[in-house]
Design a protein around this ligand. Structure first.
Ligand code: ZN
Ligand code: ZN
Length: 558
């Protein structure tokens, strides 16, 4: 076997979570990146705005990185692109809409980028490798899978896909191409595990249009539909159903307006003539003639729907008999904010329709039968389930074994693992620096796990600050101790416990040996330990304790 017949696949994100998808494909001479996504923080990540993958492996090998291919325009595949391009300005390849959406984000960060449009079934070169995109259906138009010819064999990243047999734009997942690649021989398949626990097939996006039609027909007053701004096909169906019933549509929310414009300008959205109106024109129309399509399907506090529900919207007021449709799935973690919004809408007399009550949403990801179909079309030698938590990937691995993939050839990898393949062998051969990087305000990576643990500690138990002034030479107590508590219990000056706590601190300081007095760090530690012990005993709590000892001039007798 020639020396260079190997390929490495290194997931930098997307395997510990649904989010921040990012893969590196590496050969002797080249490195190619597929996607650069972000994830939104989990509940315990206090104060964190975004989470992105650790790019250090790419930065260490910057001279080998030939470019990045986007599978589609969703945030979990494009969101960390500006952060990456800031450090590593490489060409970005993608289909027309994916690039247009990425370009918006890159422009917001005032970055320049080398964006190169590619079309499905048109091979292109990246360094020594040949790449080709295959069209797939998903909850955003213009999604693709990626095939890469490497010295070890053909690698397929299936993208986020479903096999919708009747897609809204008529553009099917490219069954033929996947089958043709399968005939040529696929070394490794990477495939979407999001719905690996769901049996059957994901229904066609068109079924949502039928459900919306029924709801619109029954509605007597205004209709508000909340969905994701990137779901152009969903927006299309709302527009079509509204137009068919003679209702006018106002588009509301910054990203909804931006994406509707991009979609229409680029031909992905066909706006029926005369159907769109501005939000301020609604007041001239009867509620029975209008539809509002808006962001806020996750109950995001600043979104249009949340403000309408809270009665804080300047132009839109919900009145009894209005219908509000949540045409989106509940993203885990958002249950409470969605529930709050729904409660408010119901109190105002609205009819609220969610996925539980009517088929107003379908997934953009493949269910079990579709996952098996992808495996059967491509018949890979090795299989790596991706895009999911461990449980999703675990079940996807079982499906693969069920259709005849050798269980020894299925890898449940973790972010940072180095998967190495030759034409007949595969395995996890090592690990690179990988993991989650927290973005907090302008800071990228300066908030680590230690800071998060502090934030969790503060949030859970509060904080007690003790401030004391010691004489510069004698180290006698000349000011304080003052005790300030935040988020702990409300300590009052007159509280006996407060006095007792102060006494504990004073005792430590006056009882300190000559040597201890000379060492402020040691004094602080002793104060902390004594106070912690006291608070634990008196209150049975463990707040964060922060001793502040300052040296002062002054008369120890004062
Ligand atoms: Zn997606
Ligand atoms: Zn995704």
């Amino acid at each position: 076997m020639p020396e260079n017949e190997w390929v490495r696949i290194i997931p930098l994100g997307g395997l510990g979570e649904i989010g921040m998808n990012m893969f590196v494909v590496e050969t002797t001479d080249d490195m190619i990146v597929i996607d650069a996504g972000l994830m939104f923080p989990e509940e315990e990540m206090l104060g964190i705005d975004l989470v992105i993958p650790d790019f250090s492996y790419l930065l260490e090998h910057r001279e080998k990185v030939r470019g990045l291919i986007l599978t589609h325009g969703h945030e979990d595949h494009t969101g960390s692109l500006p952060f990456l391009l800031k450090e590593l300005p490489i060409p970005v390849y993608g289909t027309r809409l994916s690039l247009a959406l990425a370009a918006e984000k890159i422009r917001e960060q005032s970055l320049d980028a080398d964006l190169r449009e590619v079309a499905p079934r048109e091979p292109f070169r990246l360094g020594g490798l040949q790449a080709e995109c295959m069209r797939v259906c998903h909850s955003i138009p213009d999604g693709v899978g990626v095939a890469l010819e490497t010295p070890a064999g053909l690698i397929i990243h299936a993208g986020d896909f479903k096999f919708d047999p009747t897609p809204v734009d008529g553009k099917l997942t490219d069954y033929h191409k996947f089958a043709e690649l399968g005939d040529r021989g696929v070394l490794v398949l990477l495939s979407d595990s999001t719905n690996a626990l769901r049996p059957g097939f994901t229904p066609s996006e068109r079924t949502v249009g039928q459900a919306l039609e029924e709801i619109f027909r029954a509605a007597r007053r205004r209709i508000v539909v909340a969905c994701f701004a990137s779901h152009i096909h969903r927006i299309q169906q709302v527009l079509d159903v509204a137009a068919g019933m003679g209702r006018k549509v106002a588009v509301h929310g910054k990203s909804m307006i931006a994406n509707t414009r991009i979609g229409a300008d680029m031909g992905y959205l066909r706006i029926p003539p005369g159907v769109l109106v501005r939000l301020d024109e609604l007041r001239h129309l009867s509620p029975a003639e209008t539809v509002i399509i808006a962001t806020g399907s996750q109950g995001e506090p600043l979104s249009a729907i949340a403000r309408i529900a809270a009665g804080e919207h300047k132009q839109i007021e919900i009145t009894p008999g209005d219908t509000v449709v949540f045409s989106a799935r509940v993203i885990p973690g958002n249950e409470r904010s969605i529930a709050r919004t729904i409660n408010q809408l119901l109190r105002r007399g609205a009819e609220v329709v969610t996925e539980e009550l009517a088929p107003v949403h379908v997934s953009g990801h493949p269910c079990q039968e579709e996952l098996k179909l992808m495996l059967n079309l491509t018949r890979p030698k090795f299989f790596v389930p991706i895009h999911g938590e461990y449980r999703h990937r675990h079940h996807h691995a079982r499906l693969a074994a069920a259709v005849g993939i050798d269980p020894e050839h299925i890898y449940l990898a973790e972010n940072g693992d180095i998967l190495e393949f030759t034409p007949d062998k595969g395995g996890i051969v090592g690990k690179v620096a990988g993991g989650r990087v927290f973005v907090d305000g302008k800071g990228v990576g300066d908030v680590g796990d230690a800071v998060l643990r502090e934030r969790q500690h503060l949030a859970r138990d509060g904080m007690v600050v003790v401030v004391v002034g010691l004489h510069r030479e004698t180290r006698a107590v000349v000011a304080g101790p003052e005790i300030i508590a935040r988020g702990f219990v409300h300590l009052q000056d007159q509280d006996a416990l407060f006095d007792a706590a102060r006494r504990v601190v004073t005792e430590v300081l006056t009882g300190a040996s000559e040597e201890e007095r000379g060492d402020l760090a040691l004094l602080k530690e002793n104060v902390k330990v004594a106070l912690r012990r006291f608070i634990q005993k008196a209150f049975d709590r463990r707040p964060m304790i922060l001793p502040v000892i300052v040296e002062m001039e002054g008369n120890p007798g004062a």
